[in-house]
Design a protein around this ligand. Structure first.
Ligand code: PLP
Length: 413
């Protein structure tokens, strides 16, 4: 072997990841991922799978039996749901308020759906009445929407979405990848048919496994097209009448068999990712969901106060801002990407760039999961102030940190 192709041992540089996610993984989760692997049908492992289902029912605030993991990043769960539920020609409505609405749209289109979108300007959210009026007009089979779209930092109010969809016999799907655990989404109370997430945002885990929950109504639709791979088909199994799901990997019918008592072999479960998912949920529930929402809300107030203290302007509708990501206008005359690079080079701090119409206009600064702590917010603001000075932006010294600290002091922290 050529020596130069052996490389050094893996030794990533220390980083404080204050972008829109992924963020630093909680050390307890990293620890869980280093636990010994087990066979996928070892009773100890299948018990962990069951525990993960129990934990995520609490995270999603649901009694849904079907609460399981999809191996892949957050979009894998979106795709699993869509490819298993949508049949070519089905009408799907996607209210788009940022990049991830477009992602949902694209996935639905790839599944053959006839997608209709409604859009608001990036930085705004929908009036639920506008969504209802559109559903009434087009009568879709499915309405799919993000809760928090990290590309715009906005969170769509969704209290009524489940009710509205049910009124017109449409299924409701919510992509809560970037918001769950940072803000409330009681799946059963809000009557949402299916919700999916990832670990790499407020759950402080690595990307690579995607929790999903869906109710019995969705399960019925999936089972109406249930097929099982020939090599593992139980004796006497009769395939359902509906068309076979176009993906094997993302076939929810087969995944349900894998995650239920049937334990029918499907893929090989990603052992270390399952450990990670288990620890992420355990840590979040140990803190308490409400305590987690409060921690993210306080951090959001501190970040906004701090950035305004630096003389910067917050992007978007503040009333609907996600608590875990803050968009801020890049001061005029400075190169936003160069300043971001300096933050990384000089301080080891990553802040987020932006996409589409916002590219070059705003930075996105995250404080979520394990990173959502007072000292990280203060450190990030202090580093940003120093960086802005390097880029010839002048401001009174220390105003950002002082304003953020005042938010924490106000609640005795
Ligand atoms: C709201 C939302 N949905 C979906 C995704 C896609 O997640 P992934 O990159 O894990 O597939 C992201 C990632 O940032 C997101 O913020």
């Amino acid at each position: 072997m050529i020596k130069s192709e052996i490389f050094e041992e893996l030794n990533p540089p220390p980083r404080l990841m204050m972008g829109p996610g992924p963020v630093n993984v909680d050390p307890r989760v990293l620890n869980a991922m280093s636990m010994p692997l087990l066979g996928q049908f070892d009773p100890a492992f299948t018990e962990y799978m069951n525990e993960v289902m129990v934990l995520y029912r609490q995270i999603f605030q649901t009694k849904n039996r079907w609460t399981l993991m999809i191996d892949g990043t957050a979009r894998a769960a979106i795709e699993t749901f869509m490819v298993s539920v949508i049949q070519p020609g089905d009408k799907v409505l996607v209210p788009v308020f940022g990049r991830f609405g477009h992602l949902i749209t694209e996935i639905a289109e790839r599944c053959g759906a006839a997608v209709e979108i409604i859009e608001v300007k990036w930085g705004e959210v929908f009036d639920p009445q506008q969504i209802e009026d559109t559903i009434k007009r087009i009568r879709p089979k499915l309405v799919a929407i993000c809760q928090g779209d990290t590309s715009t930092t906005q969170a769509q109010p969704l209290e009524e979405i489940g009710e509205i969809c049910a009124r017109y016999e449409a299924l409701s799907f919510v992509d809560a990848t970037a918001s769950l655990v940072g803000m409330d989404l009681p799946v059963d109370k809000w009557k949402i048919d299916c919700v999916s997430i990832g670990l790499q945002k407020c759950l402080a885990g690595p990307p690579g496994i995607a929790p999903i929950t869906f109710n019995d109504h969705v399960a019925e639709i999936i089972n109406s097209r249930k097929h099982i791979e020939k090599g593992i088909r139980p004796k006497g199994f009769q395939a359902a009448k509906g068309p076979m799901v176009a993906s094997n990997y993302f076939d929810l019918g087969m995944l349900m068999d894998y995650w239920s008592e049937a334990r029918l072999n499907h893929h090989t479960e990603a052992t270390s990712m399952l450990y990670a998912a288990r620890e992420c949920a355990r840590v979040a529930l140990k803190e308490g969901l409400q305590a987690g929402f409060d921690r993210h809300a306080l951090a959001s107030r501190a970040m906004v106060a701090g950035l305004e203290g630096l003389g910067l302007k917050i992007f978007g509708d503040k009333q609907h801002k996600m608590p875990n990501v803050t968009g801020v206008y890049i001061p005029e005359g400075i190169d936003g990407e160069a300043a971001r690079a300096d933050m990384l080079h000089d301080f080891g701090i990553e802040i987020g760039t932006s996409f589409g119409p916002l590219h070059g206009m705003i930075w996105r600064i995250g404080a979520m999961g394990y990173n959502c702590q007072k000292q990280n917010i203060l450190t990030c603001l202090a580093a940003l102030e120093a960086t802005l000075r390097q880029h010839n932006v002048s401001m009174p010294a220390g105003n950002g940190v002082t304003a953020a600290l005042a938010e924490y002091r106000a609640v005795g922290q």
